[in-house]
Each structure stands twice: as C-alpha cells, then as structure tokens.
Design a protein around this ligand. Sequence first.
Ligand code: PLP
Length: 389
Amino acid sequence: METSDRALAMHFLCGDRDYDDDTALTPALSQSLNYRILGPDHYEEISAPMTPNFYARRGNPNSQRLARLLAAAEGVEEGMIFASGMAAISTTMMALLQAGDHVVAQTDHYIGTNEMTNTVLPSYGVESTVVDQTSVEAFERAIRPNTKLIMLETPANPLMTVTDLSAVAALARDRGILTFCDNTFATPINQRPASHGVDIVMHSISKYIGGHHDLLGGAVLSSREIMERIWDRSMVLGSAGAPFNSWLALRGLRTLELRIERHNANALALAEMLDTHSAVSRVFYPGLATHPQHELARRQMSGFGGLLTFELKGGLEAGRRFIERLTVPDNASSLGGVNSVVMQPAALFGNRLSEDDLRKQGIAPGMIRFATGIEPTGALLEDVGQALS
Ligand SMILES: *Cc1c(COP(=O)(O)O)cnc(C)c1O
C-alpha cells in the first residue's frame, strides 16, 4: 500500500475527533426527527442547506459526520448521505439535468444506472448516449453542444473494464461539462476520482464502506456549490439517508483500509490461480498483467479491488456445479461485505434474457462473478480449488 492510503486509514480512524464535544469514544446515534428552535437567529443557522439539526429530511448528525469524513477522503469540500446508492445517483441527475440536456454514459454501468440514463432520463426529455468506456475518443465523439454531464464508473461489471478518468475529465472540463463517477467498487482506498479531475464522486455505501451486508445507503461528494444544488433537489425527492445506517457505515469506515487490503489480496490471488487453471477459459481482473487495460489501472488505482469475473470452459452446467460445491462463499447478488459472494449471471437472468442478449452484455453462459470477502486467502483458494476439481 502507498503512504497516502495509510494517511487515509488514519483519517478514517481519528479524523472526526473534533466534530463534536461529546467525550464518548464512539459517535452517539441521533435518531431525533426534529430539533428545538432557540429563536430567529438559531432558526437562520439550523435551516441553512445541509445543516444536520433541524428536520431529518434535511440531514442528521450521523450522516453529516459520515459525509464529511468521506468528502475529505475523496479530496472534495462537501458530501451528502442518501437512502441508497440509487437515491444518490437519481437525485444527483435530477438536480443537474433538465429537459433538452444530453448525458453521455458508459455501456457498462450498475444496472440501475443504465436504467436511469437509458430509460428514465429520456422519458423526462433528457437525451443520452452510451459509449464504449475503454475508448476516450468514443466519449469525445458523443459530446454535443447540449451535453451537461458525463457518467463514469470504473472498474465496471461484467468485464471489469477501466475508464481513463484523467483523460475523460480533461475533455469534459474544457467544454464546461460535469463528470460524475461511481467509485463504489474501488472505494477511496483504491482510487480517488477527484484527484484525476472528476467533479462529483458517488458511492453505494451498501457495499464496501458499510462492509458487513447489513445496511443500505449512498453518498455523493463534490464542491460546496454542486452539493447545495443536489441537496436542494433532495428536499423535494425526500432521498436523505437514515441516522442508524450512517452510524453503521461510520463503524464500517473505521476498518475500511484493513478490509480493502484483504479484499485486494484475495482477489489478486484468486485471479492468478484461475488464470492458469485448466477449467477456466478467461479471467477478467484489472490487477492481472493480462488484463488489456492493466497499465491504465496501475496508473489510476493503488489497489485493484475485490471483484473479478471469469468464464468456465464447461458453460452453464459447469457454473452451476461450481457454485453448488463451494462451501465458503454465499450465492447472492450484492457484494462488498466481509463474506465472499458468488453468482452466475447467465443462470439467474437466463429465464428473462436469451443467450444472444446475454452475450451482447458480455455475459457468457459459464461466467462467474466472484466478489472476494476477507476470509484468510489460503482457505478461500482451497475452497475454490476443490469446487473446480
Ligand atoms: C449496488 C450499486 C449501486 C446501487 O446502490 P444501492 O445502494 O443498492 O442503491 C450503484 N453502483 C454500484 C457500482 C453498485 O454496486
């Protein structure tokens, strides 16, 4: 790990000590819906944007504390916590876009983001174009005079493609277009998009930041000016996060660096083992030297994350048998917590989508998505080894 990540670990452990004058070692949980108003001057103060002590739709002390720690970690001024990652994405887009505007997004995004840019925004008169995120030229060609926002996500499912953040951010900045990056899979430990020039950073804190499969939440982090616009829209949409989920996420943040270090190590060891295994045809992991964008990933990431995909030569049936025989990972769809989670997209989506449709999304019948947990590396590899044999 680089020194900067150690500094980040210290920030998450001790960076909020002077946020309140409570002498407790851990933050109090503040479930209050509303707060007393001590007079007209106090009202002015507490009703300002993003203050946490007026009414819970406007914010709460636990969410503010979490947002501040995350914003500082990502190197931006302000943040806001939302009810979910999708609440964070949809509120941000509805705050920054209006009918007649145009958005550029990637072909590969989290499924809800695809739905938002490809279906929901057009239904409100916002046009969108999706591009192959491995090509900076494709982003440039897609830009129109009315382009207001470029949506980014890296690395992205299912093929773990990497987007060149510095190059796309520079293109956008020259033209006055905002860039918005979903940094959920990398976390600030492995990648800090704002340091590459991205304007707005987003996390589903339901994943690695929460880290224990027990909370739903989202975060948006940006400049004060942009956050005020997003906060303003969230007042109407009612998308603010709940105190208890932020309190849990704050606890998750204390161990984020430790956990990510193990997630990274487990995924790299597993990718290397699978890469030479006779039952496996292809492995997609940005940390492998054989990944087509490995050099770019090394430039913009300090670790390669806990998520990888691979294809079993035996197809659909081999995938089913593999998952059945595993004893350590759970077969589930959400990821980012302490336990390894595995799923076979073609087996789950096969009832709804034809093999052709799946292939168009890069999903082969024998493809497995593996999100490594923080189990001891040897135990995890041993279990995968026996399930493959
Ligand atoms: C899960 C996820 C989301 C959506 O987050 P929710 O908290 O489930 O709403 C967005 N982006 C990525 C990359 C995700 O993995």
